[in-house]
Design a protein around this ligand. Structure first.
Ligand SMILES: [Zn+2]
Length: 357
């Protein structure tokens, strides 16, 4: 924890204590748990799609090292399911919770760790969005589609071999989530200038860097493999760190995220988070007067959808999402303004950027 005292205000920053990114490192978890003094009872949460080989092998390994390990499956990202699971985890009385899975599993583990006030280790098996390392959690069925504040993971163990074996679509989505930082930071600056909102240059630069990283290495990312995973994973961790420093999702989430959340409400989570965010980034870059064609070119290169059709929604869903996005989180000022886009303006943006016909 770092105390930053500027102009009389106190700014508290919580960061992960240990971040390990590399090949074949999953079995360093016992060392990390020991080093950080996290006790011996590990509730390991994993997803139905995580390869049994990975989770069972790790549980057996930790068991052989003398830990008490309970392996539990997160059935869905729905709040009701996660709450049921929370009861089981509570009965086990874990000293630490390990989230071994994709974004949804990590979110569930983070939520339960927050409820039980237990430390949480993130071991992502996919690099699909920056929730794998951030201090914010989002679940479905909470009555809101945006995220709530939690603690950051005490440690992040990103095994590149494991992540590289996840479907390519998830990696592209992770890169798409990072592209969104361009417009997120532009929105943040706008809110600072127009509304006097707190703005942290360091957090903004760090977040922006993760988006630039995706652009600079888009060739490598589009080829897939270990190097691609490393680049995206480092970007996701960097963007999460920006959120830790700012103490909010501001550096990582602006109008492009509001659009994605609105689309989730309108079309019931039609595509992956990062895919929707990338689509939103194209249109919000246009509204900001930036080089949206470049964003679209990169998105295409990364294999991301760039039209309504490609993410499986109707043209009118896109327009509806554009006109209602500003209401998702009214206190978050963005390029969409306080009253949002009119239907006509929204239709024009979506047509001009060729998201719809
Ligand atoms: Zn995101």
């Amino acid at each position: 924890m770092v105390l930053k005292i500027a102009g009389g205000s106190v700014h508290i920053i919580n960061l992960p204590k240990k971040v390990i990114v590399g090949s074949n490192i999953l079995k360093r978890i016992d060392g990390v748990i020991y080093e950080l003094g996290l006790g011996s009872r590990i509730a390991t949460l994993t997803g139905p799609n995580v390869k049994k080989l990975v989770s069972e092998d790790l549980v057996n390994y930790l068991g052989a090292k003398g830990f008490d390990v309970e392996l539990l499956i997160v059935p869905s990202p729905q709040l009701d399911d996660v709450k049921l699971l929370e009861d089981t985890v509570r009965r086990f009385r874990p000293s630490v919770i390990l989230g071994l899975g994709g974004g949804k599993v990590i979110d569930a583990a983070k939520y339960i760790a927050l409820s039980l006030n237990v430390d949480f280790i993130s071991a992502p098996t996919a690099a699909s969005h920056d929730g794998v390392a951030s201090p914010f959690v989002s679940l479905r069925g909470t009555g809101r589609v945006t995220s709530v504040k939690a603690k950051p993971p005490i440690a992040i163990i990103a095994d590149l071999d494991v992540i590289a074996s996840a479907p390519r679509r998830l990696l592209s989505a992770g890169a798409g989530d990072l592209l969104g930082k361009f417009t997120a930071v532009l929105d943040w600056r706008l809110a600072h200038r127009l509304k006097g909102e707190y703005y942290g240059e360091y957090a903004a630069s760090l977040s922006l860097l993760s988006a630039k990283h995706v652009i600079n290495f888009s060739d490598v990312i589009s080829r897939g493999g270990i190097e691609a995973v490393r680049i995206v994973m480092e970007g996701l961790i960097s963007s999460s760190t920006a959120m830790c420093i700012a103490g909010s999702t501001r550096p990582a989430s602006g109008s492009e995220h509001l659009f994605s959340h609105a689309l989730d409400v309108i079309a019931n989570y039609p595509a992956l988070h990062g895919e929707q965010v990338a689509l939103g980034t194209i249109m919000m870059s246009y509204l900001h007067g930036r080089n949206w064609k470049r964003i679209r070119r990169i998105a295409r290169k990364l294999g991301l959808p760039t039209t309504a059709k490609e993410i499986g929604v109707r043209d009118t869903d896109i327009i509806k999402a554009l006109t209602t996005a500003h209401r998702i989180r009214p206190e978050r000022y963005t390029i969409l303004g306080e009253s949002g886009l009119t239907w006509r303006a929204a239709e024009e943006v979506a047509k001009l950027t060729e998201v719809i016909n």
